[in-house]
Structure formats: C-alpha cells, structure tokens
Design a protein around this ligand. Structure first.
Ligand SMILES: *[C@@H]1O[C@H](CO)[C@@H](O)[C@H](O)[C@H]1NC(C)=O
Length: 389
C-alpha cells in the first residue's frame, strides 16, 4: 500500500515583519484546528532594509515543528522612478514568480498542497497557483473596510479619468464612510504611478481568487461585511467567499529571559484602561514637523499615552524605507511638560462612551473566537472550501 501523502498548505506573506507575523498567526490558528497539516511558509527577500526578520523566523521554526520556512532566492530589482516603497515590494514579488513556481513544485513532490494563501501584495502569485492547479486564497492582513476600498478600486477607476490627487471629491466605497479623494493612501494618489497599477491589478486578482481571509470579525464591521458579501464591491462579476477569522493576536514574544522594557514597567503602574497606544507600523514614518504636531496634539488631548516613535525618514533612492536608528526624543519632541498637562479625558462622558464601546468590542471579539462564534465558523468554512478542491 502506498504511503499516505502528507497534506499541506503553503503561505506566501509579504516579507515585512508586520505581514509576516500576521501570516504566522494565521498558520497557528489553522494548525490549532487542523493539527495534522504541514504548513510551509515562503519567504521572499526584503526589497529594502526594514529590519531583520530572521530572529523571529528562527524562534517560530524552533517552537512549531509543523511550520517550515523556505527562503526564495534574491532577485535583482531594476531601478524604479516610483516614489513609493510599495512599488518595490510588488516588483520584487513579481520577479520571484519563477522561484515561487519552483518551490511549489518541489513541495508538491512530498505533499498534497491544498491551498496557497497569499498576502494581498503577492497578487502575481495567483497565476502560478492557477497554473499548478492549487486553489489560491488571499489573506488580507488589514480590516474589512480597507478590503472594500481595494475591491472597489476598479469601479472608482472606471468612473473618472483623473488621479485621486486631482479629484477633490468624496469617494463612496461600499459600506465605508465617504473618504476625501486626497486622503486615499499615497500610492493610490497618482494613477500614473506604477504602484497604482499594481493595486488595481491586485483588486482584479483578489476578485478572481478562491476566497479572501480577513483579520477581522463579523460584528466589528457589520456594515462593510454585508456590503462585500452582497457583491457591491465587485459589481462586474462574482465576489469570492470572504472569511472573517479574526482577530488574530500575536502572543507575547518574550521567553521570560528578556528584561521588561521601561515603557512596560511604566504601563503597569498606570490605572487600568487609562493609556492610549499609538503605533503606525514599521513603515509609518513621519517628518519632524508631523511628529511635533502629533506630540502637541497628544499633549493637548490630556491623555496618558504610549507612542512608538520612529526617526523621520532620510532620502535613500527617494524612498523612506531604511531601518532607522533610535530617535533622539529630546531633539524631536517639544520640551517632553507633557505629564503636567495631563487631563483625565477618561473621566469625560465621551471618553467613557468610547471605552464602553471598546470593551464591548473586546467581548464581541472573544465571542467570535469561541466555540460556535462567527470567526470559528468562518475558519471551518474556509477549510471546507479547500477540502472540496
Ligand atoms: C472597468 O472597465 C473595463 C473596461 O471597459 C471593464 O472591463 C471592467 O469590467 C470595468 N470594471 C468595473 C468594476 O466596472
């Protein structure tokens, strides 16, 4: 009797740490419910230095034996005139398609691959999945509202010949409050930028996938979830199944040996529920002027806050993408009197109502993830969809 073939799912994240961690959390969730699966994660080289991911990858490899990482080879990036780092990521992933093909072929020598789950940035990979007859799913690491905007982009694109930066309109994305055209993300502002084209193609590709997994839960974004599933975001064709399986929350990464950072010691001393946390991601870099403005705004709000501050970008190849050294806070921020001005917004009626809503969402999130909850059902539906293929 032939040995039973092992079953696998292949994940293809964007190599930046935030997207990678989300994908690994998805892998862990899938393994919790399908422990006999093997999970293979393909790691494309990073197009720029936004911080090393190797220590994280080493820790995951060492602690979760069902997860195997495969490094895709480096590719040479041709020069680009695009001012957006997203262009580099898209381009690097596109050039990696032959390597992706090769990796999937070699994994499939030993495993039955049930699904390729790609980050939204990896849309070029869908053609490889289709070629190899592997169902291609997307994992949208952001919320359902942003997915609505992406899926609807071709419709907005068709409705005008102007770039968003020149429109001066409010844009109605299904299920989302109107967004001023100039407030759309930077790579979408100019339709002549290569990054814009990539996002447009990404939208086409997502609509043609076997399904889209979102790190959100039904009751967090009910209006937009309804709009997407009713097909409003893809008016010219079928909408793929949407699986809201979140929230995925990374467990603490420290193994107990590491010293507790000062900011966490401080946090522990503050009253429960009294601190605002601000973090804009590994590439959320601001100019000195913007940083000062945020600082003044925070100070005036009177809130206790914990803010992840990064150095303002330097211009390397015109792109704000290099890993920054530790910022000099004394130089960056207005003279640090913040404590004195702290007013207890948490005692105000508005603050209380925001806190109540947040707490109720926290409970809704727990309910979604618990037995019979909406996210558990979505995960089961996702598994059913690839098992049928
Ligand atoms: C946009 O226009 C193209 C070309 O006319 C058409 O094929 C496509 O279906 C349109 N997309 C949407 C979403 O309306």
């Amino acid at each position: 009797m032939a040995a039973m073939e092992e079953e696998a799912i292949v994940l293809f994240p964007t190599p930046a740490i935030g997207h990678l961690i989300s994908m690994v959390e998805l892998a862990k969730l899938i393994l919790t419910h399908h422990p006999s699966l093997a999970i293979h994660i393909l790691i494309a080289p990073q197009p720029y230095n936004a911080g090393s991911t190797s220590p994280y990858i080493a820790t995951v490899s060492a602690t979760i034996p069902s997860i195997t990482f495969h490094n895709l080879p480096n590719v040479d990036l041709p020069p680009t005139s695009s001012p957006n780092h997203e262009t580099l990521t898209f381009e690097l992933l596109r050039l990696n398609n032959p390597n992706l093909h090769q990796s999937l072929r070699s994994i499939s020598e030993t495993f039955t691959i049930h699904a390729l789950i790609m980050d939204s940035f990896c849309f070029h990979a869908l053609s490889v999945a289709v070629e190899l007859n592997i169902p291609g799913y997307y994992f949208h690491t952001s919320c359902a509202s942003s997915l609505s905007c992406f899926l609807y982009l071709p419709t907005v694109h068709n409705a005008t010949t102007k770039s968003f930066k020149d429109l001066d309109n409010l844009i109605d994305f299904p299920g989302v409050p109107p967004i001023p055209s100039g407030d759309t993300p930077k790579p979408l502002l100019d339709r002549n930028d290569p990054a814009y084209d990539c996002f447009l193609n990404c939208a086409f590709s997502m609509a043609k996938s076997a399904g889209i997994i979102i790190n959100s839960f039904e009751s967090l974004e009910p209006r937009v979830n309804k709009a997407i599933s009713e097909g409003l975001c893809v008016p010219d064709g079928p909408t793929p199944p949407i699986f809201c399986i979140g929230p995925l929350i990374a467990a603490s990464r420290s193994g107990g040996e590491e010293a507790v950072p000062d900011c966490l010691r401080w946090l522990d001393l503050q009253p429960s529920g009294s601190v605002v946390f601000l973090c804009f991601g590994s590439l959320g870099l601001f100019s000195i002027e913007q940083l000062k403005e945020i600082a003044i705004g925070l100070e005036r709000s009177g809130l206790r806050f914990l803010w992840v501050v990064r150095n303002p970008p330097t211009q390397e190849h015109g792109l704000a993408v290099t890993a920054q050294p530790e910022p000099d806070l004394d130089l960056l921020l207005p003279p640090a009197e913040v404590e004195k001005r702290v007013r207890e917004l948490m005692d105000s009626e508005e603050g209380n109502s925001i806190r109540e809503r947040t707490l109720s969402m926290k409970n809704e999130a727990k309910a979604a993830l618990s037995e019979g909850g909406s996210s558990r059902i979505a995960l089961a539906k996702f598994a059913e969809s690839w098992k049928q293929c």
